[in-house]
Design a protein around this ligand. Structure first.
Ligand code: ZN
Length: 70
C-alpha cells in the first residue's frame, strides 16, 4: 500500500462547548449535562419543583408546643 496517510489518527470525540453548570458555574460533565454533578441537578430540580409548588420550608421551627409545660 502506498499513500499511507495517517488519518483518523486522533479519533477524539469532539468536545462540545462545555457550558458552566447552571448551579455552581463549574464546567458541566456529560453525565449530568448541563450540570456538573447529580447534586446540582437535583438542586435545580428541587428549586424548580419548589418554585412550582411554593413549598414552605419547615426549618425545624415547630417546637411542638402541644401543652408540655409544667
Ligand atoms: Zn454544579
Amino acid at each position: 500500500m502506498r499513500g499511507g496517510g495517517k488519518k483518523n489518527e486522533s479519533n477524539v470525540e469532539p468536545l462540545r462547548a462545555t457550558r458552566p453548570c447552571a448551579e455552581c458555574g463549574r464546567p458541566s460533565v456529560r453525565e449530568h449535562y448541563p450540570f456538573c454533578s447529580e447534586r446540582c441537578r437535583n438542586v435545580d430540580l428541587n428549586r424548580w419543583l419548589s418554585g412550582s409548588y411554593a413549598i414552605p420550608v419547615a426549618d425545624d421551627e415547630s417546637k411542638a408546643d402541644d401543652g408540655d409545660e409544667r
